[in-house]
Design a protein around this ligand. Structure first.
Ligand code: LLP
Length: 432
């Protein structure tokens, strides 16, 4: 096992995923390629669903935050596992619909939905629109009125929590671009307006404090703040908020230095804050939604590359260059995210070499990681980067006109394409 039970090394010394030899996968599908172990995603979805319903009650529902990994098949898997989904753009909605995902289990997010987004969401009949701000509240109300429907909404609330993670992924602080803050009184104001707005049914509140958070305390604190706010709304306005969406954000183990979170235990801890408060204050338990992205899909994925040049700069550093980089994984460039890399065809050897793994873009910051411990590498080796299932394919770009890699799903000892490799023809398809 390397970091996770589905990653191992076979008799040839090759890295395996879901029992399949990654060197063979690289030969069959080419590189770079994202490989995703479907069973890992399904297991994680089951852990969340079980823990959510056991701890928050039968009405609880985890929603897969599909910004972390978005293509048609992932929505089919979420539907089969009984989860709802969080979509954040017209494109995600479109993909979910194309996959046949049930519209009533879609929660539509985003801090700046366009008129078209709002109209598309209503056309589809999404279950909830998560309204970010006052302008949007009235835009949703107007569209619902024009369609003579009542739109069910949640309001995005900023609980004012600093979750100690990378500043680029903090979202629940008072000065955030997302939602309305309790501290400034703007949250109560938008609640009042939503109750009074035409063609709107205010069902619940939503918060999301950030991402890649290992400490459970900030989640418990946010849950505490939100349930107190729900009680405050009941006491001051006499209005019952029935749904509470606590967002996503639990962290994932990327390297041996990261802890492995017990997600079921974390959910149980967070739930006790809400259930205890409701019991002590005679408040009906809201229906709780959780919105995990990374913790459902990150560990399931690896990226396979082929090593090109290996460059040693004496007294400075060693570079291993691969046939991908920031276009398929921009996370080091954006957040200095740390990963585990290994040479897949010599995965049984010690990771005794220290190197910076570089991509092939014309950009010094195009790195997969600096000073990574890895096996010594040669041109033609297969280099695997682990735990790339979340925010890699979904954040991929065509920078330098590099085609996006395929997504290959592994299940039951078989591999199949879920997303084909982009071609050069695809790249010029829209050029007039
Ligand atoms: N719900 C909402 C409203 C969100 O904004 C997010 C993530 C999630 C749920 C899921 O959070 P997760 O469980 O995946 O932490 N690109 C960054 C992460 C950005 C997260 C954005 N929002 C990265 O690569 O680290």
């Amino acid at each position: 096992m390397i970091l996770y039970p589905h990653l191992s090394v076979n008799e040839q010394g090759h890295l395996t995923i879901g029992g399949l030899d990654t060197v063979e996968l690289a030969r069959e599908f080419g590189t770079p390629a994202y490989i995703i172990d479907e069973d890992v995603i399904r297991q994680n979805m089951r852990i969340y669903l079980k823990a959510a319903t056991e701890n928050f009650g039968a009405g609880a529902l985890p929603l897969f935050a599909s910004k972390s990994l978005c293509f048609k098949e992932i929505y089919k898997i979420a539907a089969e596992e009984g989860l709802g989904i969080d979509c954040v753009s017209g494109g995600e909605l479109y993909t979910a619909r194309a996959a046949g995902f049930p519209a009533e289990k879609i929660f539509f997010h985003g801090n700046n939905k366009t008129d078209r987004d709002i109209s598309d969401a209503m056309e589809m009949g999404v279950g909830r629109i998560v309204v970010d701000n006052i302008d949007e509240l009235y835009a949703v109300s107007d569209e619902a009125k024009a369609r003579s429907i009542t739109q069910k909404i949640l309001l995005r609330i900023t609980p004012g929590i600093d979750p100690h993670t990378h500043k680029a992924v903090v979202t629940g602080s008072v000065d955030s671009k997302f939602g309305s803050a309790i501290e400034t009184g703007q949250a109560m104001d938008i609640v009042k307006r939503a109750i009074a707005a035409d063609n709107i049914e205010l069902c619940g509140l939503h918060c999301h404090i950030g991402s890649q958070i290992f400490d459970v305390q900030p989640f418990s604190d946010a849950a505490d703040i939100m349930i107190r706010f729900i009680a405050d709304i009941k006491n001051t306005l006499g209005y019952t908020i029935k749904e509470l969406n606590l967002g996503g954000g639990l962290g994932v183990r990327y390297t041996e230095d990261d802890p492995q979170i017990d997600y079921a235990a974390a959910i149980s801890d967070i739930a006790s804050v809400v259930t205890d408060f409701c019991a002590q204050n005679g408040i009906a338990m809201p229906e709780v939604r959780l919105e995990p992205g990374r913790s459902l899909v990150a560990a399931a994925g690896i990226t396979l590359y082929t090593v090109g040049s290996v460059k040693e700069i004496p007294g400075f550093k060693n570079y291993i260059s691969v046939d991908g980089g920031m276009p398929d994984n921009p996370r080091y460039a954006l957040y200095q995210s740390r990963y585990t890399a290994l040479i897949a065809n010599r995965a049984d050897m010690p990771r005794s070499y220290r190197a910076t793994v570089a991509g092939r873009c014309c950009e010094s910051g195009d790195l997969i990681g600096e000073d990574m411990d890895i096996q010594p590498a040669r041109r033609g080796d297969i280099l695997a980067v682990l735990v790339t299932g979340a925010y890699n394919y979904s954040m991929a770009s065509n920078y330098n006109r590099i085609p996006r890699p395929p997504v290959i799903m592994v299940k039951g000892g078989k591999a199949r394409l879920a997303v084909a490799r982009e071609t050069y023809e695809d790249l010029i398809r829209l050029d007039l």
